[in-house]
Unconditional design. Structure first.
Length: 429
C-alpha cells in the first residue's frame, strides 16, 4: 500500500489510486466521508483506516454502526472477509458491554472496545448514551435517524483523538444528511477537518468489467437507482416510481397457479385515516417472487371492525390453501396497530402460520428492491391482483424525492402490504 501502514492480518486486497489517496488523507482528517456507487469499495477504505488508527488510539471505547445491528456487523465486522474481525484475527472476540454487542480488541496500546449497534430508529440513540467514543465508523450513514446522528456526534466531542468515518450511496440532493451534516462540514475552512471522496464502480480495481455489467444489469437504466447506485450521482427522484412496470404491466402477469412457489408469506396493512386494510400473499421461489393473491377490506378510521378483519383474513387464508399447495409461513403485520395484530394472532391460535411484526424497512430500500426485481425479470403477479397492479402503475415520488406520495392519488396501502410480505427476504434475492 505504499506509504499506507501495512497490517499484519490484512487480507490480500488491491486499492485503486483514488482510494489510496482518500485513505492517505483520512489519516490526517477528523471527518471522513466516502460516497458513491455500490461495490465501489467505500466501506473497505474506512474499515482499513479505522483499524490502523485503532492500534494507537488514546481512547478506549469506539463506535461502529449501520442502519441496523445486523447491517453493522455484516458490513463492518465481516465486510466480505475484509472487516474488523479479519484485520484483528486472533486478537479480538465478541462480547457484551452495557447491553450492546461489542468487539473486544487487543491492540499494541492496550484493549479497545468497539460497540456495534443500529441507528435507524427514532429511539436508537438511547443505546449509546452514557459513553464517550473516540472514533465512529458508520456505514449507510444516510439511513441513520437524525436523533441518533446528533447523539453520536455529541458523544465523540470529548475524544482525545476524534475521528468519524462515514460511507453512503448518493440520495436526493436536498436530503437531511447533506443539508445538516455533509454540506456544513465541507464549508468548514479548517485544515485537517473534512476529507471527502467520491467513487464509482470503475474506481474499484477488484471489480471486473464482467462483474460491473452483471451488477448494472440488475437496474433499469432510466431509473433513479441506476443514476445513484451505478453512476454514483446525487439526484432527486421524480415521476413514476415503477416506470418499467407501468410501461408494460402485462409483461409481469402470470397465472399464480403456475408459479413454483416453495412457500408463501402474507403482508397485512391495517386501515387508518381514509385507508383500507389490505392483505397480499406473495410466493417465493429460487427464480424470484410473485404476488399471488390480494384482499381489500373497507372501513375508514373509527370504522375498523377487528372481528370483520379476522373473518376476512380467515377466508383469504382458506382460499390460498385451496389454490396453492405451498405452505403459508408468516403473516407480517403493520407494527403500528398492535391491538389488531394481537387479535389476528389470537384468532389463528393453533394454526401453523406465524403472525408477527413487519420489519418496517425504509421505504426507499423497499422501492429499490422492487425496482431491481423488475429489472431482473424476477417479479410477477397473478392477473387477479388488480389493486396491486394499479398501485404499482400509479405510485409516484413525493417532493422529497425519496418517498412515495401519500395523498390518496394512488393506492399505497396495497403496496405496503406487498412489501411487508417480502422485506425480510430482500437480502436473499
Amino acid at each position: 500500500m505504499g506509504d499506507l501502514p501495512e497490517r499484519e492480518n490484512a487480507p490480500a486486497y488491491v486499492f485503486g489510486e483514488k482510494h489510496r489517496a482518500y485513505m492517505r488523507r483520512a489519516y490526517r482528517h477528523t471527518v471522513n466521508v466516502a460516497e458513491g456507487a455500490v461495490r465501489a469499495g467505500k466501506t473497505v477504505d474506512n474499515v482499513f483506516v479505522f483499524a490502523a488508527l485503532l492500534e494507537d488510539s488514546p481512547d478506549r471505547i469506539h463506535l461502529a454502526t449501520g442502519s441496523t445491528l445486523g447491517n453493522a456487523k455484516l458490513n463492518l465486522g465481516d465486510c466480505n472477509g475484509l472487516g474488523l474481525e479479519r484485520l484483528f484475527a486472533g486478537r479480538c472476540r465478541w462480547m457484551r458491554y452495557r447491553d450492546n454487542e461489542c468487539l473486544r480488541i487487543a491492540t499494541r496500546t492496550g484493549e479497545k472496545l468497539v460497540l456495534f449497534t443500529g441507528g435507524r430508529t427514532a429511539d436508537a440513540y438511547k443505546r449509546i448514551r452514557g459513553n464517550s467514543y473516540g472514533m465512529w465508523l458508520a456505514t449507510e450513514i444516510n439511513h441513520h435517524h437524525d436523533s441518533f446522528l446528533k447523539e453520536a456526534v455529541n458523544r465523540t466531542l470529548a475524544a482525545q483523538d476524534r475521528r468519524l468515518f462515514w460511507d453512503l450511496n448518493p440520495c436526493a440532493p436536498g436530503a437531511p444528511i447533506y443539508r445538516d451534516y455533509l454540506d456544513p462540514y465541507a464549508a468548514v475552512a479548517r485544515p485537517g477537518f473534512y476529507n471527502y471522496g467520491h467513487f464509482t464502480i470503475a474506481d474499484n480495481p477488484v471489480i471486473t468489467p464482467e462483474r460491473m455489467a452483471e451488477i448494472a444489469a440488475q437496474y433499469d437504466p432510466g431509473s433513479v437507482w441506476y443514476r445513484r447506485d451505478i453512476l454514483g450521482e446525487r439526484c432527486a427522484a421524480e415521476g413514476l416510481i415503477y416506470r418499467m412496470f407501468a410501461d408494460d404491466p402485462a409483461a409481469y402477469a402470470i397465472s399464480g397457479a403456475d408459479f413454483p412457489a416453495e412457500f408463501l408469506n402474507i403482508g397485512v396493512d391495517f386501515g387508518g385515516n381514509r385507508s383500507k386494510t389490505t392483505f397480499v400473499a406473495v410466493g417465493f421461489a429460487h427464480t424470484g417472487i410473485a404476488a399471488l393473491a390480494e384482499c381489500v377490506v373497507g372501513g375508514e378510521k373509527g370504522e375498523i371492525d377487528p372481528e370483520r378483519i379476522n373473518r376476512e383474513f380467515h377466508a383469504f387464508l382458506g382460499r390460498l390453501r385451496e389454490r396453492y399447495a405451498a405452505p403459508v409461513r408468516y403473516v407480517f403485520c403493520d407494527s403500528e396497530a398492535q391491538y389488531l395484530e394481537a387479535g389476528l394472532r389470537r384468532s389463528l391460535s393453533g394454526d401453523t402460520v406465524r403472525v408477527t411484526d413487519c420489519a418496517k424497512k425504509p421505504i426507499c430500500d423497499r422501492i429499490a428492491f422492487v425496482n431491481r426485481m423488475l429489472a431482473a425479470k424476477r417479479f410477477w403477479y397473478d392477473g387477479g391482483c388488480r389493486h396491486l397492479r394499479e398501485g404499482l402503475c400509479g405510485a409516484v415520488w413525493d417532493d422529497t424525492g425519496d418517498r412515495r406520495r401519500d395523498d390518496f392519488t394512488s393506492d399505497i396501502d396495497i403496496l405496503d402490504a406487498f412489501e411487508y410480505a417480502v422485506e425480510r427476504y430482500m437480502g436473499k434475492y
